[in-house]
Each structure stands twice: as structure tokens, then as C-alpha cells.
Write a protein that binds this ligand. Structure first.
Ligand SMILES: Cc1cc2nc3c(=O)[nH]c(=O)nc-3n(C[C@H](O)[C@H](O)[C@H](O)COP(=O)(O)OP(=O)(O)OC[C@H]3O[C@@H](n4cnc5c(N)ncnc54)[C@H](O)[C@@H]3O)c2cc1C
Length: 462
């Protein structure tokens, strides 16, 4: 089935989130050499939060952000707007290296970071359409239902209380067709991603951070960042390029650039919301292997995301968000499966973006004191909140403070690189093919997670 497209349908153009704001033109470009205390490469949430907390802690610091396009060009201006207290990786993995209590401390930090982001938005006057309505997850097959229940039990075993997550009646918040069971957690807020990124970029510049857009970094070495427009010398250089990290020569196989794609509908009429509910502006997710994520936007559309083409050969990154027709069609079919009443609307915009996935599927932040080189990223699709924790952690590392943040188990985490091609492409595509087949089998009613999904988990060490 072909997705019905609006007359004004746009494909790419970075993302729908820039339609109302206008796609920014790079403002100020680097023009010659300069010296700074801290140079940050990448103007997404990671780079901007880090700059924010650094100058808040020490207003005398000279902080420079170098961004190849414009602040918020990457995943930070394209995501699903789940400001969620989710761990960027498995608690089990973090516990393996640092113990269970450290993994729990990390989890608590992410819960509180949701409120930290909201309070900074309020304090700094950033209007990002924030509503803290929690996250509602549904299971639409028996196997998904089992996973949902196991996940909630597992979260309770990791110290989440019933007030943090619970199994709830399926029709309690959002009426999803075919939902068998559901869970809800309050630790999630809806944001308009680009408004958050651009708002933050404005705030940091007002605080004295120098943001150079349209300035691509071509080399990072201790004490020196190279661009075609000049060299920045700095004692500390922080790489905050997430899904684009593979484009940097020395980091090509560090993090896999994984694609995620989204569509957004036209505004839906009141009768649709009367039928479906969704009054609390909860974020909506599911328990399929090829999972989806959605939000009800401030102007009453559904923004609906999932995996399109998961990965491009050779770790190529994206083309300003342009998305293949079959991905748009697949997302549309899935959306109609959830909400048959959405059939009356059309698709206004489709886009994609890249996020960074380390080989062990766990995020990392760190600073090598001997070289002054630092990094943060690899949030595996859970970066909207984790970037805030990363920014505060990099602040503490740069300022040489030993804090609760610098003791968290993702600090200094290093893992092996991804395999060279064609192994990388073959492995990732095999994994997603197996997940798709597993979803299809589970849709047939098998009561447990398909063995195909377990094989996929094994192949990738996910
Ligand atoms: C479609 C999609 C949906 C998502 N949904 C969610 C969600 O709902 N919730 C969630 O928690 N996470 C989500 N994520 C992930 C989340 O958006 C990211 O983890 C997060 O935004 C990463 O922020 P960042 O600043 O590290 O990276 P980015 O926002 O990607 O920023 C990196 C920046 O570096 C710049 N850059 C790259 N190379 C260079 C260079 N050589 N020189 C200078 N600058 C450079 C880029 O232009 C970019 O602006 C989603 C991601 C995508 C793609």
C-alpha cells in the first residue's frame, strides 16, 4: 500500500521539526585561526549541553563549538522527541564492569535528567513544546506481551519501583488497535527536538560560547582542531559527533551510524482524538523487534518513527534526511495498524537521521587527561536525555572534578571497533532481516520470542 502524501509533502529537508522554524542557514563561520580553552566538535545536544554546563560552571572559560552545518542539524534536530529516562544500553553490561549499584546510580541519574532538562528550559526560556506525560508502551502479539511483562519485572529487579514503571490496562491512555497489554512510566516528556536544539544554541551563545557553523572539522589531534577555514588550538578538544563519528578518519569503525526514519501526519481532527484518547501527550512505543516510537505533536499530528534502511554500506551517513519511498510506505502501514482511524489523513513529511551505536550497544563518555581529547556518544537511540548527563559529566571531567557523575559506569568505557566491510554491512542487515522475520512469526501468534530474534541478538552481541 502506498502512503497517501499531502500536496505539500516534503521528503528530507533535515526534518519536519524545522518546517515551522525554517531550516537554518549556518550563521557565523570560522574565519582564520584562533585559541580557546575548550573546543567542541559537533553542535548537537551533546556539544551544546557540554558548552552550557562548562560556561555556567566557569564563565571565564573560552569555549568554541565547531559545527559542519548548523546547530541541531543531526539527530538532535530530527529525533522522536522522547525525553526519556532510559539507559543508553543494557544495565547488565554496565553492571558487568562496575557492579549493579553503579548501573542503578546511572539509571537514577537518567530519571532526574528528564527534570533537569525541563528545568533548564524553564529557567532559560526555551519553549520546546515540553509535556511530561510519561511513556506508554504496548504489546500487540502474545510474544510481545511476554517481553513487556518480563521487561517490567526486570526493571523492578533493577530497582525501579511500581511508581517508576507498571503494567497498566491497555485502554487506560491510548487506544491502540490490537494491543494485548501495556506499560506506563512517568519518566518521559515530549519535546519538539529542533526547538530544544535551536533554543539551547541561542542560550549558549548568549552565555559567551562561540558557535561556528558551516565549519567542518577535518582533523582532531591533541591541542589542535583542523578545518578548511582555520585551525583552533585548545587544551581540551571534545568530539561530540555521535552518528557522524564514522566520517572522521581515525574513528571510522568506532560507532555504527544507524538510521532511523520518521513520518508525520497532517493535524488530526478532534473526533480522532476522541476515539483514540492520548490526552496526556504520552510518548508511545511498542515491543516489536523492529520497534516503533511516536508522539502526539503540539499541533495534533502523529509523528511516527521506526527503522527504515538500518545501515548504509561503508558507514555512509545521510543526505539531509531524504527517505526511501518504501520506508514511508512501511511506516504508514504500521501507523494504520495502530490507528485505523488515521486513514483519513495524509503524510506531511518524511525524514531520517543517524545515531551512533558502539559495538557493545552501550554509550560512553570520557576525557583522556594525557591528550586532552574527550568524547561522548553512542547512545543507541536513547540520546535525548543521556546527552544532558553527558554534558554535565564532560564538564566535571574537564574541570578535574571527581563527582558522582564521573563515577558512572559509562565514563571511560572503551570497546572494540566494528568489523570491517563487508562483514559490518552483512551482520547488520542479517540482524534486521532476522528481526523482521521474527516479528512476522510472532504476529502469527507464537507465544514466545522467536528463535530468529535470539539468533539476531547473538550475531551482533546486542
Ligand atoms: C530519527 C531519529 C529519532 C530518534 N529519536 C530519539 C528519541 O525519541 N529519544 C532519544 O532519546 N533519542 C532519539 N534519537 C537519538 C538522539 O536523537 C541522539 O542520540 C542525540 O540527538 C545525539 O545528539 P548528539 O549531539 O550527540 O549528536 P547529533 O545531534 O547527531 O549532533 C552531531 C553534530 O555533529 C556535527 N558534525 C558531524 N561531523 C562533523 C564534523 N566533521 N565537523 C563539525 N561538525 C560535525 C553534525 O552536523 C551534527 O550537528 C533519535 C535519532 C534519530 C536519528
Amino acid at each position: 500500500m502506498n502512503a497517501p502524501l499531502s500536496d505539500s509533502f516534503a521528503n528530507g529537508d533535515v526534518s519536519y521539526w524545522y518546517r515551522a522554524l525554517g531550516v537554518p542557514e549556518p550563521a557565523r563561520r570560522l574565519d582564520g585561526d584562533l585559541r580557546a580553552d575548550v573546543a567542541i566538535v559537533g553542535g548537537g545536544y551533546t556539544g551544546l549541553w557540554t558548552a552550557y554546563y562548562l560556561v555556567k560552571a566557569d564563565p571565564s572559560l573560552h569555549v568554541v563549538v565547531l559545527e559542519k552545518e548548523f546547530a541541531g542539524f543531526g539527530a538532535s534536530g530530527r529525533n522522536g522527541g522522547w525525553l526519556a529516562g532510559l539507559l543508553p544500553g543494557s544495565p547488565r553490561r554496565y553492571a558487568e564492569t562496575h557492579g549493579a549499584e553503579a548501573a542503578r546510580a546511572f539509571q537514577r541519574e537518567l530519571f532526574s535528567a528528564v527534570d533537569e532538562v525541563i528545568s533548564v528550559c524553564t529557567a532559560e526560556g526555551i519553549d520546546a513544546d515540553v509535556v511530561k506525560g510519561g511513556v506508554f508502551n504496548v504489546a500487540r502479539t502474545p510474544a510481545q506481551a511476554l517481553r513487556l511483562e518480563q521487561e517490567v519485572e526486570g526493571q523492578h529487579a533493577w530497582g525501579w519501583g511500581p511508581e517508576d514503571v507498571a503494567v497498566v490496562p491497555v485502554d487506560e491512555r491510548i487506544r491502540v488497535q490490537g494491543a494485548l497489554t501495556a506499560s506506563w512510566s512517568p519518566h518521559c516528556a515530549r519535546v519538539q527536538p529542533a526547538k530544544l536544539a535551536r533554543g539551547l544554541a541561542g542560550v549558549v551563545q548568549n552565555l559567551g560560547v562561540e558557535l561556528y557553523e558551516g565549519t567542518e572539522v577535518t582533523g582532531i589531534a591533541p591541542g589542535r582542531v583542523t578545518t578548511a577555514r582555520g585551525t583552533v588550538r585548545a587544551d581540551v578538544i571534545l568530539r561530540c559527533t555521535e552518528g557522524f563519528t564514522a566520517t572522521l578518519k581515525d574513528n571510522h569503525r568506532d560507532w555504527l551510524p544507524m538510521n532511523s526514519s520518521m513520518i508525520v501526519t497532517e493535524p488530526l481532527p478532534q473526533r480522532f482524538w476522541d476515539e483514540v484518547g492520548w490526552q496526556g501527550h504520552e510518548l508511545l512505543g511498542d515491543f516489536a523487534h523492529y520497534y516503533m516510537y511516536a508522539q502526539r505533536t503540539a499541533d495534533d499530528r502523529i509523528a511516527f518513527g521506526g527503522r527504515g534502511r538500518p545501515y548504509l554500506y561503508g558507514s555512509r551517513v545521510d543526505d539531509r534526511g531524504r527517505t526511501h519511498g518504501w520506508t514511508v510506505d512501511a511506516l504508514w502501514r504500521l501507523l494504520l495498524g495502530f490507528f485505523p482511524a488515521a486513514r483519513s489523513t495524509t503524510i506531511a513529511h518524511a525524514w531520517s537521521g543517524v545515531l551512533g551505536v558502539p559495538r557493545d550497544w552501550c554509550a560512553t563518555v570520557g576525557l583522556d587527561r594525557s591528550t586532552g581529547l574527550g568524547w561522548a556518544g553512542g547512545y543507541t537511540g536513547h540520546g535525548v536525555t543521556a546527552t544532558n548527563v553527558a554534558g554535565r559529566t564532560l564538564r566535571d571531567l574537564v574541570l578535574g572534578r571527581d563527582t558522582e557523575l564521573t563515577a558512572l559506569p559509562w565514563v571511560g568505557r572503551r570497546v572494540r571497533k566494528w568489523e570491517p566491510e563487508p562483514l559490518r554491512w552483512t551482520g547488520v542487515h542479517a540482524m534486521y532481516r532476522l528481526y523482521r522475520l521474527a516479528d512476522a512469526r510472532e504476529a502469527g501468534g507464537v507465544p514466545r520470542t522467536s528463535v530468529l530474534a535470539r539468533i539476531a541478538d547473538k550475531i551482533t552481541g546486542h
